[in-house]
Design a protein around this ligand. Structure first.
Ligand SMILES: Nc1ncnc2c1ncn2[C@@H]1O[C@H](COP(=O)(O)OP(=O)(O)O)[C@@H](O)[C@H]1O
Ligand SMILES: CC(=O)OP(=O)(O)O
Ligand SMILES: [Mg+2]
Length: 397
């Protein structure tokens, strides 16, 4: 049996899973974190999901991270060779206009991924570092990049065009790309499977609410509108990102002395829930709001209002929907948030059932009331399984 090593790496961490082809069984998973800091850490889990190796030591760079990871497999008694790894599938956030399909990585592709870093500054640099290190650590097998942007290749011109001077937009590649496509694709397909209907007959609004967050209007399996744009900064309020903001506010701040780096840090790493309420973790913000903390209450109000704004917009764009689908950390786990997003939408044919919404489960489930015209679902995302699937399709070609 073959398996795929799936890598989702950031600038200081490597999340990985080994997924068996066909069965989608998790043969192993783990996390290497705090790369480049004085004390790094690796946690490795075997097939049962329980921790089988835990190491704390300095991990200088991604190459050392991969060496440690390979060692953890050996220590756990199942070396990477013995697992029959056929390929490594890498999540890459920004593929630009160039990469709209999973792509086997060679030196040129790796260089282009780095070249796109400006258009995903929180993500592509780490993705690229991990790719370079993984290709050195595991040279004998194909490495495949699976892009977050690729699912949005179907965005129609009206959805991908900013109302800017077209010559400027073309010269600088300023257009909407959209992100979280791996998640929007797998979640919309699994939502259709849950409903027992072909995805090409359904209109869905998928709400991916994690640390990063985005909405996607999925019309018969194709992305036709999405809230992230040129970069993963536009749209919803996120853990540390502002989402939508008047471009005039940036001009205003620049006139007040903010330069590019300061603006970047402000918008990408110090805004969103963290900026408004002091934590990027929704659990903290909810707990603070429940205690009556005014900043946390306002942060939640802004967060929810932004989601409802997009939800209403996409229902209009699609001319109604068959399903609204919640996914990712917040969408899968926060019943109060789901209730707030869906409150008072009876006019749209949307009504959730409080008892169903309150059930905590790791499975796909419906939370709408029986008389709700629109199905409201919670569908766990599984970006890793989707990366493994797409990687295998390409390498087994
Ligand atoms: N039980 C929960 N209730 C509310 N929010 C939760 C819960 N569990 C996780 N989250 C939130 O999910 C977010 C992380 O989502 P996740 O999809 O794991 O992010 P990412 O993969 O982008 O790092 C955090 O804001 C976290 O607080
Ligand atoms: C594109 C993006 O925002 O990804 P993440 O949610 O993993 O930060
Ligand atoms: Mg995520």
């Amino acid at each position: 049996m073959s398996a795929i090593l799936v890598v989702n790496a950031g600038s200081s961490s490597i999340k990985y899973q080994v997924i068996e082809v066909g069965s989608e069984r998790r043969l192993a998973s783990g996390l290497v974190e705090r790369i480049g800091e004085p004390l790094g850490r690796l946690i490795h889990r075997g097939e049962s999901g329980s921790i089988s190796v835990e190491t704390e030591q300095a991990i200088g760079d991604h190459l050392e991270g991969f060496a440690l990871l390979a060692q953890a497999f050996a220590e756990a008694g199942r070396s990477l060779e013995s697992l029959g790894i056929a390929a490594v599938g890498h999540r890459v956030v920004q593929g630009g206009s160039e990469f709209v399909e999973p792509t086997v990585i060679d030196d040129r592709v790796a260089a282009r991924i780095l070249g796109l870093a400006e258009l995903a500054p929180l993500h592509n640099p780490g993705n690229h570092q991990a790719i370079a290190a993984a290709r050195t650590a595991f040279p004998g097998i194909p490495h495949v990049a699976v892009f977050d942007t690729a699912f949005h290749r179907t965005l129609p011109p009206a959805a991908r065009t900013y109302a800017l001077d077209p010559a400027v937009a073309a010269e600088h590649g300023v257009r909407r790309y959209g992100f979280h496509g791996i998640s929007h694709e797998v979640v919309s397909r699994r939502a259709a499977a849950f409903l027992g209907r072909p995805v090409h007959q359904l209109k869905q609004v998928v709400l991916h609410l994690g640390n990063g967050a985005s909405v996607c209007a999925v019309d018969r399996g194709r992305s036709v509108a999405t809230s992230m744009g040129l970069t993963p900064l536009e749209g919803l309020v996120m853990g540390t990102r502002s989402g939508d903001i008047d471009a005039g506010a940036l001009l205003h701040l620049m006139r007040a002395g903010y330069d590019e780096n300061r603006l970047d840090r402000l918008l990408n790493t110090r805004s969103g829930l963290l900026g408004l309420a002091g934590s990027n973790d929704m659990r903290d913000v909810r707990a603070a709001a429940d205690r009556g903390d005014a900043a946390a209450v306002l942060a939640l109000d802004v967060y929810v209002q932004r989601i409802r704004h997009y939800l209403g917009g996409y229902l209009a764009l699609l001319g109604g929907a068959d399903a609204i689908v919640f996914t990712a950390g917040v969408g899968e786990n926060s019943a109060p948030l789901r209730a707030e997003v869906c409150a008072d939408l009876e006019w749209f044919g949307i009504r959730i059932d409080a008892a169903r919404n309150a059930v905590a489960s790791g499975e796909a489930r419906a939370i709408s009331a029986d008389d709700s015209r629109v199905s409201v679902l919670v569908v766990p995302t599984d970006e890793e399984a989707e990366i493994a699937r797409q990687t295998w399709v390409l390498v087994s070609g």
